[in-house]
Every structure is written in structure tokens, then in C-alpha cells.
Ligand binder design. Sequence first.
Ligand SMILES: C[S@@+](CC[C@H](N)C(=O)[O-])C[C@H]1O[C@@H](n2cnc3c(N)ncnc32)[C@H](O)[C@@H]1O
Length: 245
Amino acid sequence: MQDSLTRLKSRLRGLPGFPLARFLFRLVKSTESRNAALLLLRPPHGLYQPYGTTSVDRYPQIFRFVRESLGDGPDLRILSFGCSTGEEVFSLRPYFPRATLMGIDINPWNIYVCRLRRLRVRAPKTVFAVAGSVSHLADASVDAVFAMAVFRHGDLNTSPPPPQSAHRIRFADFEQSVVDLVRVLKPGGLLVIQNAMFRFCDTRAAEHCETVLTIERESPPQLYGPDDSLLQGVRYPDVVFRKRP
Ligand SMILES: C[S@@+](CC[C@H](N)C(=O)[O-])C[C@H]1O[C@@H](n2cnc3c(N)ncnc32)[C@H](O)[C@@H]1O
């Protein structure tokens, strides 16, 4: 069944007019797919996962762990890097009622949705910005960074997976991004990376951090190494990293 679907999809892709039909379909399918379709008209530099798939309270085990580790308070600053249409940020609020929550996303259409929603629910201490990096944030200014389902690319999710990732996402960019994410963390702050196609332990940022939470998953994402080559049969359950003082 899966095989015939894949064959049908690749036949459709070969038809003239397929890209236009797919674009129009994505415009009407859902807010997430419309925003991704609009973004992909001119993909911005530094883009990882272009698709904004998200949901409410998507990572309760991880959110609870971070809450228990950091507590809550008016001075706490928490960043959702790649917040899509805001579900992650608004889901974090019950865990951190007094903290400042920041959501950034490279897709301006997603941030537009976040801001509309913030107006609707009148959310205090909740800010959103269009950005593809954290270069605008000061060193050691954030207590926790969530980078969930960002460092990946839906087009690499094929069977079999492509042997190289570089035509969609590159390890060198991932490394630069996580070095910058660790830079903005306060000593003792937490970096959370989930659903990534690269391993944090392969980056030079890892030497400043220790792993504090691992989660074994039934179907973990496929992984690529520092040379952007597919890592066969490798699992990497590390999810939460603490910046050493
Ligand atoms: C699959 S969504 C993840 C949403 C949410 N974090 C979650 O896990 O439910 C990936 C998001 O990452 C954003 N994104 C991709 N590259 C980015 C970058 N360089 N900087 C900020 N956001 C980025 C996309 O626009 C998209 O909204």
C-alpha cells in the first residue's frame, strides 16, 4: 500500500503543472501548509525545517522536566526557537506562569499568526519576533531554549532516506546555530533539542554542556553526521543539555 502510494506520488511529480497544483493545494489545506508554501516561494537564508507542523502541549515530559529543573519566577526567560504558529509558546505558559516567554520563527507568516493569537488571548510577558537566529539576543540572557523539530527537513523523510542532507540542511549551519543558542544561555541554563537530524554531541558547543535528559523513542529520526552523510543504524536519545557554569 505504502509502496503504491510512493509510486503514485513520484508519477504525479513528473506531470506538467504539478508544482502549481501542489502550491495551490497547500494554500488551502491548512494554516501551517499555507505559511510554508508562501515561505518556500523565496526560501530565506538559514532555513531548516520549512514545514510548521506543531500541536498543543506536544512534549509534556520535556516541558515538565524543564519546569522541575528551573522552577518558575518573574525573572525567568524562556525561548522557543522555531515556534511556528505559537502552540509551543502558549503551551509553555501553564508550566511557567510567571516567566517571560519568547517565540521566534524565520517564517513571518507564522509570527503573524502568533501575534494575532496573543492579541486575542491578551497574553502578558509573551513576545514574538521574526528571526532565523538568536544573533539579536545578549550573551547569557536566557534560562532555557527549546529547539523542537527545527533542525531537520521534511524532504529528507523518504524511504530509503537520501544518503546526503546537504541539498536541504547542512551540519555546518546546525553547528553555528547551536553554538549561538548556547551563547545566549545563562550558565546552568537548559538547551532542549528534539527531533533533530544532527547530533548535538558532534558540535563544538557540546564541550560546554552536559546531557541531563535522554529519551529513547520507538521510531527515532534518521541522523546525518558532520559531513552531512547518513548515519546508518545510529540512535541518539540525548534531548536536554545543561550549560556548565
Ligand atoms: C516543525 S515546526 C516546529 C514547531 C514547534 N517547535 C514544535 O515542535 O511543535 C519547525 C519551525 O521551524 C521554523 N524554522 C526553520 N528554520 C528556522 C530558523 N533558522 N530559525 C527560526 N525558525 C526556523 C519553521 O519556520 C517552522 O515553523
